[in-house]
Design a protein around this ligand. Sequence first.
Ligand SMILES: CC(=O)N[C@H]1[C@@H](OP(=O)(O)OP(=O)(O)OC[C@H]2O[C@@H](n3ccc(=O)[nH]c3=O)[C@H](O)[C@@H]2O)O[C@H](CO)[C@@H](O)[C@@H]1O
Ligand SMILES: C=C(OP(=O)(O)O)C(=O)O
Length: 422
Amino acid sequence: MDSIVVRGNGPLSGQIPIAGAKNACLALMPATLLSDEPLTLTNAPRLSDIRTMTELLASLGAEVTALQEGKVLATSCHGEINPVADYEIVRKMRASNLVLGPLLARLGHAVVSLPGGCAIGARPMDIHVDALAALGAEIELKDGYLHAEAKGGLKGATHEMRFASVGATENFLMAASLAKGTSVLKNAAREPEIVDLAKCLRAMGAQIEGDGTSEIVIEGKDRLHGATHPVVADRIELGTYMLAPAICGGEVECLGGRIDLLESFCEKLDAAGISVEQTHAGLKVARKNGRIRAVDVTTEPFPGFPTDLQAQMMALLCTAEGTSVLEEKIFENRFMHAPELVRMGANIDVHGGHATVHGVEKLKGAPVMATDLRASVSLILAGLAAEGETVVSRVYHLDRGYERVEEKLAGVGAHIERVKAS
Ligand SMILES: CC(=O)N[C@H]1[C@@H](OP(=O)(O)OP(=O)(O)OC[C@H]2O[C@@H](n3ccc(=O)[nH]c3=O)[C@H](O)[C@@H]2O)O[C@H](CO)[C@@H](O)[C@@H]1O
Ligand SMILES: C=C(OP(=O)(O)O)C(=O)O
């Protein structure tokens, strides 16, 4: 298994290109199941999660071309479709559940393995099931698989979700796009990745209004056609790289970055003493002299502070002046990076959904272990702020969501390298 070696850094300077969003692309790719014409996604990121979705779609009968220079991913589903998403692939990645809605809409039936829990929480599927049941699907769990059937096809309906689940909103949007009649989703998730999916579905001929708000109206169509769609910038990769100059000092411009993707995060950076400026090319982030100021952070659905940036923000706050409280409200087990940061000299107490971070002057390099995707990158960021060498092992988690992380950070002057497993 590869590891990443980071040495404590001085100021960074330069530009970092931001890739297309993993979480948008993972929802956009299953949309290919809704049409027999090709769907071309430009600006698709090169990540192991995208390869897993490619494998899953191929197992269902879609053709997915390899990523090309220029980052194009073309998918097509014109032949026979296999309705069964097998456990062996689904277990590798939670987002595999995003084929449930499209398969059901296109075929009237689907058998999709339950993804199971993951390190950050139990992550059940009840909200997805309720949303698709509202469109007329009968869904039961047998042998670890969700067996879904819509006799006579899906029918438009009004449904209110008990929580604004991102994945359930995406499954509902795709399913309702091919249902008969009008559907209204209340308490819908508002994340930029939902807006991106709705944009792509509209380009495929779907009629959708209200995406980006908590009420989405979808007029079902008999068929959707092919389209070409550029994947939105990855706001989590963006926020992660914005934290690099915040931690090390200096000035870095994140190319393709937009403040509207990360407003609540930018407000917290401002409160911590980091300046963020929207430029023509992206977001320029600079840290002035002096220590970071402590800030409290609560994770919430968009437009709140993203849970996917909580670990990275904790890495910043470890060396802040004063005490910060981070509250995690989305996932029940998302502080696994805290004990690893403590190994580097951080002072953190975790109680249930709260982590209290007492800022220390300096972190010290140590061997640490990545437990999940965002935890991995938080340890790399902490390593940039530490004296000496930090070795982050188990970086396969990192490769799920960050392409060329060591190249991108080294490009702005970070002391970082990947050590390949022998
Ligand atoms: C591929 C992808 O886009 N992943 C993102 C997506 O995950 P995902 O779509 O899985 O996240 P959800 O919004 O569905 O989950 C949020 C919360 O709702 C709970 N829940 C969800 C569905 C359900 O049927 N029942 C239920 O109880 C989950 O356990 C979790 O506690 O949004 C999360 C929240 O912003 C992000 O952290 C993930 O990076
Ligand atoms: C939790 C994440 O992803 P997933 O939903 O695919 O597990 C993430 O991207 O931080």
